[in-house]
Design a protein around this ligand. Structure first.
Ligand code: HEM
Length: 315
């Protein structure tokens, strides 16, 4: 008798009949097949909590939570000034490429404090794409170099830290970069487009971002299951489509963007803190905003703008 799971992405992520995708196994097989060194990618995949199966997950999650808790006071203290500095360009007249001039610098500031070392995310375009199933060989090699470079920098910055701590700091940068840039970029586009020509201060700023940079999460069926009446055999991939929550009537349902169950996002609180600071800052500005250009990056894992160009007017 196989079990029935609803199509609600939150139920799929909570199901004990599904487990995480074995990304490390797949990359290891790929490295062998292509004959290329992906050792830094494998180091990253062995360090990211959400890639760990049931046996080792709890311990890594606890360590990641401890690391985030240690850095949270410093982050909370820094957020107001960080946001004010990075959002200033959105409150004065002119054209702004928001991803380059606001979102990526803000993400670099945040992850530098979280990891405890200055990191410019402009140097690490590809690190979050370790989950990609369609990345070409050239990009995979570049991603491997970026990860290798970040690992060596972390080892130099924290000479007394063991590989577990270096791996966790790397994991936070990987999990935070594109998820946060995508969520903030797509949500700011959504709000600016709805506001077309109106003032930031006239917007009804949502407590939870309206769009997610993490459109789905995959799981593997541990046995035959039925999802919304569709049967999945043992070993099949089951997708939790988180973008479904973008249209939810109750805005609180969008908290589901951060997952649910054993792998609930450990970056949720800090992401929402940053979002509320950003909203509070722009809600004070009478500058008027218009979208000039917008396009999503071609990406099989994240929703992240390649470009978000805004025209800001103050007269
Ligand atoms: C600095 C920002 C962030 C950090 C440090 C972070 C960190 C993490 C960590 C450590 C996990 C794994 C938890 C585990 O496996 O036990 C996780 C899971 C997750 N995060 Fe985040 N996150 C951040 C931002 C975001 C954002 C902005 C989103 C999307 C709105 C997001 C969505 C998720 C989801 C959906 C999961 C669950 C994955 C699963 O169930 O497999 N995260 N995050």
């Amino acid at each position: 008798m196989h079990c029935e799971i609803s199509t609600d992405p939150r139920d799929i992520l909570k199901s004990s009949h599904l487990d995480v995708v074995p990304y490390a196994l797949r990359v290891s097989a790929l490295s062998e097949r292509l004959g290329i060194d992906l050792s830094s990618t494998l180091f990253a995949l062995h360090s990211v909590p959400l890639c760990q199966g049931r046996g080792s997950h709890a311990e890594i999650r606890r360590a990641a939570a401890g690391l985030i808790a240690d850095r949270t006071p410093a982050l909370r203290e820094a957020i107001p000034a960080m946001v004010e500095e990075r959002c200033a360009v959105l409150c004065r007249a002119g054209r702004v490429e928001v991803m380059e001039e606001v979102i990526r610098p803000l993400t670099s500031d945040t992850l530098s404090i979280l990891v405890g070392m200055p990191i410019d995310m402009g140097d690490y375009d590809l690190i979050s794409r370790i989950f990609s199933q369609t990345l070409g060989v050239a990009k995979r090699r570049r991603m491997e170099r970026e990860l290798g470079d970040l690992v060596s920098r972390l080892r130099r910055a924290f000479p007394d830290a063991g590989d577990d701590i270096v791996g966790l700091k790397l994991a936070l940068a990987i999990l935070g970069r594109d998820a946060m840039m995508g969520t903030f970029g797509c949500t700011l586009h959504d709000l600016a487009r709805a506001q077309e020509g109106g003032a930031w201060s006239a917007l009804d700023w949502p407590e939870v971002p309206t769009r997610t940079g993490v459109p789905y999460i995959d799981r593997i069926a541990l046995k035959q299951v039925s999802v919304g009446g569709e049967t999945h055999a043992e070993g099949d991939t089951v997708r939790a489509q988180l973008t479904r929550l973008e249209a939810a009537e109750d805005p609180r349902a969008r908290l589901g963007f951060f997952g649910s169950g054993a792998h609930l996002c450990l970056g949720r609180a800090l992401t929402l803190d940053l979002w509320s600071a950003l909203s509070a800052c722009l809600a004070q500005s009478s500058a008027r905003v218009r979208v000039c250009d917008y396009a999503l990056r071609r990406d099989d894992v994240f929703h992240i703008p390649q470009i978000l160009m805004l025209e800001i007017a103050t007269e």
